[in-house]
Design a protein around this ligand. Sequence first.
Ligand code: PLP
Length: 392
Amino acid sequence: MIPPVLPTYNRAPLSFVSGEGSWLVEKDGRRFLDLGAGIAVNVLGHAHPGLTRALTEQAGALWHTSNLYHIPQQEALAEKLVAATFADTCFFTNSGTEACELAVKMARKYWSEKGQPERHVILAFTGSFHGRSAAGIAAAGSEKMTKGFGPLLPGFRHLSFGDHDALRAAMAEPDVAAVILEPVQGEGGIVPVPDVCLKGLRDLCDETGALMILDEVQCGMGRTGKLFAHEWAGVSPDIMMVAKGIGGGFPLGALLATERAAAGMGAGTHGSTYGGNPLACAVGNAVMDIVADEAFLAEVRRKSARFRQGLEALVATHPDIFEAVRGSGLMLGLKCKVPNTDVLQAAYAQEICVVPAGDNVVRILPALNITDDDLAQALDRLDRAAASLVPA
Ligand SMILES: Cc1ncc(COP(=O)(O)O)c(C=O)c1O
């Protein structure tokens, strides 16, 4: 019999009832160290007093009015994002996949407004993940996500990650509107795009006019130690998708764009009932005020450098279990030699939460304000988890 909750997830037999900082309390009372942060969402951990205050104060004043009216919290957050990034304008969504929908619409509208509607193809990469909407699965293109859901949204062309010649040839096609990619692939297994490649892609976009869409849903909001991951390469996109961390656990996403890329998006071209609602934006403002601060980002970089050394030592201690450490900042992956699902189970047994990813990787995506003590605990528990596993 089908359960009341549609069974699209393979859930662990765990159910958390409260949280504080980087710790989650299971209903049986066990305390788990959370290195997943709701899949890169709880950037400030659980029950952060500032976020709780922002949400409850807003909840006592006004929940929702719709986008028929000005929403001061939304305008304040947009101004912060515009001031902190390449962007001139923002549209707020409830999720990353909705930001992907708008990114695709905006890129196509841009060319349509320029009188070249035939430029509608979006280039995307194998191993990518852009959400589960029609545009999201068509963009990622993998069989796992698209099988049985055809006909897929047309107008996407897929390229192998790292094949520069194929990319150059594909970008030269006259029907290309944009290219979409994650600066660090998350679901695909924590795969960073080298800075030099991101720079090269920016140059190709400038030569051909194609728009660069960066999906920073997972790698953005301080996760790599810069507010947005593309800053490491010194380039900026035309359009950027943001979600997850920006709401710190409250559903919120955003699509950021330059004035040029957004030129076609006038009144009536897009909308959302909930997107940018007062509750979500009250929390988003509180998150931005903390995470966009350079001192906070410097701390993320400091902690990540030290933690990464610890993970390298873990790999060296357990060479039959782990192959390598990958990633950037506090967006890290352990490439496993045994099935990553075994590592996940062993981690649960040591009361630590990590997240599986593609390419047999285990993701480590802690709260960005995790303490040094908790990071030391994390290494200790991962060491015990690895020691409990039988090599392949
Ligand atoms: C890179 C990336 N893009 C888009 C999405 C989709 O975001 P959401 O699940 O909020 O719709 C995700 C979610 O994991 C993601 O990691």
